[in-house]
Design a protein around this ligand. Structure first.
Ligand SMILES: Nc1ncnc2c1ncn2[C@@H]1O[C@H](COP(=O)(O)OP(=O)(O)OP(=O)(O)O)[C@@H](O)[C@H]1O
Ligand SMILES: [Mg+2]
Length: 329
């Protein structure tokens, strides 16, 4: 008798014996194996990555059906892991110039609407041609300090404010993480811990915020090889895992700058969409060109001109500059 037949037989026996056999798990603890690389909802790039590389999450996920050889009391009854709830001080966030669900309509919110519409449309498969891994959006720039974290946080909150979109904001600038500080959160574990510790699952380090539909994956415990880890095969597998485990979720990555290190470029090769932030005042044209060349393989690149100084008040705001890209190569 094959393994599957044995398991089915065992399942029948257990049911007859009155044992309540679990068949489904909490979404956060759901296994990749369940979706499988052939799942129609999985972005095909992610599916390919999963097919190419062994996935450590498969082994770690709770098994819904007991193995043929296990006894009734061997059934894995571990409760599904749940992400930790955290409270963002929305007043503080608004006071720091960020968009929030409770703040009145603002220029910032209007500008974000213009940027997020095409990103969400692509992520939800409404592009003219299908875009691989379109639910993975990386925010980057040529150089440090151009406003990546500012835009990432605003974009993630703004997308989460849409009724039908769930967002995971990933702090992928692992060498200089800034997302928790911007959101006023104190965190410990995160992305780097997932890449270095086999005992952790995504749900163990993911934070569920009080902004509905917004979760955060912090950068995690500082590591001497943080940047190498970000460009590692484990990271590729993790990105594939995140994209496939949450196909309905939009992932916004706050990434390192493109020209001062290589890891951001490696990460870029797995993204369906990239927002390239350009500091209107400071970024030299040559750097913008170099940055664009480094991410030219990405199906959708949207360039965002940030920190345009308004003549009337002297204050900064960011502006939508333009988008280009070949949609679904
Ligand atoms: N459009 C904007 N309006 C107001 N402040 C902004 C804007 N864009 C960026 N800033 C501010 O400029 C500073 C630098 O921005 P931010 O930290 O987001 O840049 P970064 O590209 O993430 O930097 P790093 O490369 O160090 O990660 C921050 O204090 C941020 O709040
Ligand atoms: Mg930053």
């Amino acid at each position: 008798m094959g393994l599957i037949e044995q398991a089915a037989k065992r399942l029948e026996e257990l049911k007859r014996a009155g044992v309540d056999v679990p068949v489904a798990q909490d979404a956060d603890a759901d296994s990749v194996a369940k979706a499988g690389p052939k799942s129609p909802s999985m972005p095909s790039a992610a599916a390919q990555m999963l097919a190419d590389a062994p996935n450590p999450f498969r082994e770690r996920s709770p098994t819904p059906v007991p193995a043929a050889s296990s006894e009734a009391n061997d059934i894995d009854e571990k409760p599904p892991r749940r992400s930790r709830p955290v409270e963002i001080d929305l007043q503080r966030l608004a006071a720091a110039g960020y968009v929030t669900p409770t703040a009145p309509r603002s220029r910032l919110a209007d500008e974000l609407r213009v940027i997020k519409r095409p990103l969400i449309g692509n992520a939800q498969g409404r592009s003219a041609a299908p875009i691989q891994a379109a639910n993975l959006i990386m925010v980057t720039s040529a150089l440090p300090g151009e406003g990546k974290t500012f835009i990432s946080v605003n974009l993630a909150v703004s997308i989460a404010m849409e009724l039908d979109t769930t967002v995971l904001l990933v702090d992928a600038d692992v060498a200089r993480p800034a997302v928790p500080e911007r959101l006023g959160l104190s965190v410990d574990k995160g992305l780097l811990d997932l890449l270095t510790r086999k005992d952790l699952e995504v749900a163990d380090v993911m934070l569920r915020t009080n902004i509905e539909r917004l979760s955060v994956l912090p950068a995690g415990t500082p590591h001497s090889r943080a940047t190498e880890l970000l460009a590692s095969d484990s990271m590729v597998r993790l990105v594939a895992e995140l994209a496939s485990r949450y196909p309905d979720r939009i992932l916004v990555f706050d990434a390192p700058p493109l020209l001062s290190s290589t890891e951001s470029r490696v990460l870029a090769t797995h993204m369906g969409q990239i927002v390239l932030v350009v500091d209107a005042e400071r970024t030299p044209q040559g750097s913008v060109k170099q940055a664009l060349a480094a991410i030219e393989q990405c199906p959708v690149v949207m360039t965002l001109l940030n920190k345009i100084e308004r003549v009337d008040s002297g204050s900064y705001y960011y502006g939508y500059y333009g988008a280009y890209g070949s949609y679904g190569q």
